[in-house]
Design a protein around this ligand. Structure first.
Ligand code: SF4
Length: 409
């Protein structure tokens, strides 16, 4: 990634503090730890004073540190197929081997924080439920959650009411575990902070609209940490204010993340965590900047409204990109391509995540024919590098950038 973003130092310290807090909370009998899926009802957990840990973030760290591929077979040996989510299988493998990338952040952290409850939203996939259920069985802790719908075309009021009532139904079991009653003001406050964080994160990502873009998708994958791990925590707000100011200064100075940006691309689907830097360097070397992504944008929750906490949390869950129909996703992608003024889309077909791979049912062809949008498919995976072929991916991306340049000429 060219031109290091200075706020990265602040990011690292903030994330390390968050991980240390989780570790300390798990050791303190007076505190309660909840594990939450990345787009689960975290505001409710914050309002009840849970310290919140996100297994998906942990799994992404396993991928980025390249620990994941060697750990997956330990989950396969227990009957989890090599074809299912490699976040889940690498995380379960890490649990079995008693290793964690958190130790690389702070050597005093030797394991993931033991939870008191696991809370999910299955709007993203069923894997997250199986994943949490594994830990529920292993650790003897309750697993509760929300089954928000998938394949949503119209987010109707009926759907919102049904999901909101599921979120409300979590309050009583969570109060029993937390040992306190839910204070409606605390919930409003957590939703307000989440909403403000989300607005700032959206502004950060929108900096990618500038020519040249001051950040890439690969930067976004790193800097989204607080939007996931500290959603509902005021420290995330401070961080994104600092990052936004830095990016705006870069825009004012005409400083692009990729020097000599000559092709602009959009990324759809999961990152390849173990090849983040390699792909960033490869594309930067070709003068191609990946200026936006559906992945990083998935933590923009403009629906959140502190005056309607339950309904707005439900709306955010229902309108999540991954939970929509292909028709809606196509509209979103076409709009994003225009907004970011891209030359084409890179679709990542992540072999173990069909839920967030949108190129399998003709979408690239429909976008090409209907909207004139060029695209390439990269066959790989989020965490299983046995499914990634460096040479094949390099050739595909080089050819695609050349095709985009040709179209510009
Ligand atoms: S959405 Fe994909 S990557 Fe995320 S938990 Fe589900 S299967 Fe895994």
């Amino acid at each position: 990634m060219s031109g290091r973003i200075e706020s990265t130092t602040l990011l690292q310290s903030l994330m390390a503090t968050a991980f240390r807090e989780c570790d300390a909370a798990a050791r303190d009998p007076s505190r309660r730890v909840a594990w939450c899926s990345s787009v689960g009802p975290v505001e409710l957990l914050r309002a009840l004073d849970f310290t919140v840990f996100f297994p998906e973030n942990h799994a992404a760290m396993l991928g980025a540190s390249r620990m994941s591929t060697g750990l997956i077979p330990f989950a396969n040996a227990e009957g989890f197929s090599p074809e299912v989510c490699s976040y889940m299988t690498s995380d379960i493998g890490a649990f079995r081997r008693n290793v964690t990338p958190l130790s690389r952040v702070d050597p005093s952290i030797t394991s993931v924080p033991k939870p008191d409850v696991l809370v999910y939203d299955s709007n993203q996939c069923r894997d997250v439920v199986d994943w949490f259920s594994f830990y529920g069985r292993e650790l003897g802790v309750p697993v509760i959650g929300v089954a928000a719908p998938r394949g949503v075309q119209e987010p109707t009021e009926d759907l919102v009411a049904a999901v909101a009532s599921q979120i409300r139904a979590l309050v009583s079991p969570l109060e029993a575990i937390a040992g306190r009653r839910l204070d409606p003001d605390r919930l409003r406050e957590a939703v307000a902070v989440s909403r403000d964080t989300s607005d700032l994160w959206r502004s950060v990502l929108s900096c990618g609209e500038a020519l040249p873009s001051p950040l890439t998708f690969f930067d976004g994958c790193i800097h989204m940490g607080p939007a996931v791990v500290l959603r509902g925590d005021p420290r995330a707000l401070e961080y994104y204010r600092a990052l936004l100011a830095e990016l705006q200064a870069r825009i004012a100075a005409g400083q692009g993340a990729v020097s000599g940006e000559r092709v602009r691309l959009y990324w759809d689907g999961m990152p390849v965590w173990g090849r983040l830097r390699d792909l960033s360097d490869l594309l930067a070397g070709l003068g191609a900047s990946v200026v936006g992504s559906t992945y990083c944008s998935s933590w923009v929750f403009g629906q959140l409204d502190p005056d309607e906490p339950f309904d707005s949390m439900a709306r955010a869950a229902i309108e999540l990109f991954i939970a929509r129909t292909d028709a809606v996703k196509e509209m979103v992608l076409a709009g994003e391509a225009l907004r970011y003024r891209v030359d084409g889309i890179v679709f990542h077909d992540a072999k173990t995540c069909p839920n967030n791979s949108n190129c399998r049912y003709g979408m690239p062809a429909r976008l090409r024919e209907g909207k004139g949008l060029a695209s390439v498919i990269v066959h790989s995976d989020l965490n299983d590098l046995r499914l990634h072929a460096d040479e094949g991916v390099r050739l595909a991306l080089e050819a695609f950038v050349e095709q985009c340049l040709e179209a510009r000429r």
